[in-house]
Write a new protein. Structure first.
Length: 109
């Protein structure tokens, strides 16, 4: 006998299949800071036009650590840290679907 159509199962399957696209994700947060370089003759010395510095902030052995990102890798790193947010959203949706299905199954017992 064919099981009735369950939109939650369809959505969960779509989410799970989509996780493979996120295999290149990076943990942490992408940070863009503006700061002066410290040279007294630089254009940033007056504090108006500052240099951009890009970092990824992550936990290493339970402690926060920041890694500098070269300008040529900024977009790639930003994209990979955004993948983690999409992963977290997908995992939360899958968890909610599973809980909803479990509670429905529990009521039917």
């Amino acid at each position: 006998m064919k099981k009735p159509f369950d939109p939650d199962l369809v959505r969960r399957g779509r989410l799970i299949r989509g996780l493979g696209a996120l295999r290149g994700m990076l943990p942490g947060s992408f940070v863009e800071r503006n700061r002066s370089c410290g040279r007294p003759t630089c254009h940033c010395a007056d504090g108006k036009i500052l240099h951009s510095q890009y970092q990824i902030s992550v936990l290493v052995d339970g402690k926060p650590k920041a890694f500098n990102i070269p300008v040529e890798l900024v977009e790639k790193v930003r994209e990979k840290t955004d993948m983690r947010r999409r992963f977290d959203d997908a995992a939360a949706a899958i968890r909610d679907i599973n809980l909803k299905r479990f509670l429905r199954e529990k009521e039917n017992c």
